[in-house]
Design a protein around this ligand. Structure first.
Ligand code: MG
Length: 383
């Protein structure tokens, strides 16, 4: 790719794939990563997985798939503006949530609790596990065999204990080093996307109102600006005009503050980016504050809303009852998962059995998990 900054991810300097493959004829290596992610089974499941609102609550709420697409398009703009590798950042974003459980964070927390004595469950690590191990697409290897840079971007957090087991991919968590800039910006694109779309979805669901949002400085600033220009604007158009300005503010600030930091750091290569003590992509102090204000509001008024909490409580029950039932008797799982369970148990003991159950549950869509619970516990439901 031409026109890339010196500190971008350059394909010629890639740390490569785990299994050597002939190079693609008409695509770049990172394009191949992106295409493999889009063709994966886990990617298709995102359409029926919850972001905040359960899939069947309404057709217009974000799902993990539409969230993922919003993240990818925000990331591409940022990457292009900073002369970073746009295709790589897009690939990282498209894969960033493939390890998510059904029912959003409620599902992840419940599964993590279930897995506590077996090494825990982290959705980031699960996304990596999906692309490294669980996808079954190719004759020669498990997983999608993505490039190191893409895998590095997918694994945005990782506990120390898990990092030590991950070899070169875990090193940066142990040595407190950074991933490439395309991975760093993907994190911010994720956050910009969900903070803003959760405002939209929260209003749509009737959990929050425009009046309440006026206590959020980032929102009220643009509320004033929009009404000064369109004094009679109300409803959805008013919300969208405010949200597009909020997104624009966050993206513009991120690009400009990061460009400044990149200049000041004088990094000349991805290796130098990785060796930095801190990430180089980030907001200015003032905008970070504004963004915190928005997050705090959402936490208080959307994620802790009793309707969201009820959904969360139901989701936890579904996940934990399924987990307990399958862990105590893996033969209740479909053949493929039962076989995996005995294979993992023979090498890893009960932790292996638990991991196979967690993989099965994490792969479920919201509606599949609900149906599976009925099939397991409702004698009137066909199995
Ligand atoms: Mg996300």
């Amino acid at each position: 790719m031409t026109g890339l900054a010196a500190y971008a991810a350059h394909e010629e300097e890639s740390r490569g794939r785990r299994y050597t493959e002939p190079g693609p004829a008409y695509r770049s290596e990172y394009q191949r990563d992106r295409d493999r992610i889009v063709h994966s089974t886990a990617f298709r499941r995102l359409v029926y997985k919850t972001q905040v609102f359960v899939n069947h609550e309404g057709d217009l709420y974000r799902t993990r798939l539409t969230h993922t697409l919003e993240v990818a398009q925000i990331a591409r703009t940022i990457a292009q503006a900073l002369a970073l590798n746009e295709v790589l950042s897009e690939a990282i974003c498209l894969a960033h949530d493939v390890g998510h459980t059904p029912f959003g964070h409620a599902g992840q927390d419940a599964l993590n609790e279930c897995m506590m004595e077996f090494g825990g469950f982290e959705h980031n690590l699960q996304s990596l596990r999906v692309v490294d191990e669980l996808e079954e697409h190719y004759a020669d290897f498990n997983g999608l065999n993505l490039t190191f840079e893409c895998r590095e971007g997918i694994l945005k957090h990782c506990s120390y204990n898990n990092a030590v087991q991950l070899g070169e991919l875990g090193e940066r968590f142990i040595n407190r080093r950074q991933p490439g800039l395309e991975a760093q910006l993907a994190n911010f694109a994720d956050e910009i996307a969900y903070n803003n779309h959760d405002v939209d979805d929260g209003i749509r669901a009737g959990l929050i109102t425009i009046e309440q949002l006026l206590e959020v400085p980032l929102f009220s600033e643009y509320h004033r600006e929009v009404l000064a220009k369109y004094p009679h604007l109300t409803g959805r158009r008013l919300v969208f005009e405010i949200l597009r300005r909020m997104i624009n503010r966050l993206v513009t600030d991120l690009i400009e503050s990061s460009a400044l930091r990149l200049r000041e750091s004088a990094v000349r290569s991805i290796a130098e980016v990785r060796a930095q003590p801190k990430p180089l992509i980030g907001f200015s102090d003032a905008t970070r504050e504004l963004n915190h204000g928005l997050k705090a509001f959402l936490r208080e008024h959307v994620y802790k809303h009793y309707k969201v909490r009820r959904m969360t409580a139901k989701a936890r029950r579904v996940v934990s009852t399924l987990f307990d039932a399958f862990l105590s008797d893996p033969s209740l799982m479909p053949d493929e998962h039962r076989h995996t369970s005995s294979r993992l148990e023979s090498t890893l003991g009960s932790a292996g059995r638990a991991r196979a159950v967690a993989d099965y549950i994490a792969g479920m869509t919201d509606r599949y998990a609900i149906l599976e619970q009925r099939r397991m516990f409702d004698p009137g439901e066909r199995t």
